[in-house]
Design a protein around this ligand. Structure first.
Ligand SMILES: [Fe+2]
Ligand SMILES: [Fe+2]
Length: 141
């Protein structure tokens, strides 16, 4: 399991571990996608990596939403909406890859990484982390 960059730590070890794992999967996908235009195998590898990213994203979001619901986080609906938007972005990337409409894909990947890492992790996730810390929550229920 990769270590999590301190900037992203929310102080709940299970969630920090999930974020570290997720960032590692995002990086793996970006590396695979960088070679996607080379040949059919490159596209295949990018699709496999993206499928892994989609599956883990759903798993992580479900865990986070359950945790926030259990602690009556007041901005839960807003947080869920942000998750659904990220899932939609992933779906649209996936259909671009499957249809091999790849010209703008690298731009989208960078945009996606920026939105996720810097807005969601440092913004929305940091916000619920403050809330949970104030309540003394240190573990996933
Ligand atoms: Fe989140
Ligand atoms: Fe998260």
């Amino acid at each position: 399991m990769a270590d999590l960059d301190r900037r992203f730590s929310i102080g709940i070890p299970e969630i920090d571990a999930q974020h570290a794992h997720w960032i590692a999967i995002i990086e793996r996908f970006r590396r695979a996608a960088a070679g996607h235009q080379l040949d059919p195998q490159g596209i295949e590898a990018a699709i496999t990596a993206l499928n892994e990213l989609v599956a883990y994203t759903h798993q992580h979001f479900a865990c986070e939403e359950k945790l926030l619901q259990a602690h009556a986080y007041p901005r839960l609906a807003e947080h869920c909406r942000a998750h659904r938007e990220i899932e939609q972005q992933l779906d649209s990337m996936r259909s671009d890859l499957l249809n091999q409409r790849t010209r703008r894909l690298s731009l989208k990947l960078n945009l996606f990484a920026t939105i996720w890492l810097f807005e969601h992790l440092l913004g929305a996730d940091a916000d619920y982390a403050d809330f949970l810390r104030a309540k003394g929550v240190v573990a996933v229920a």
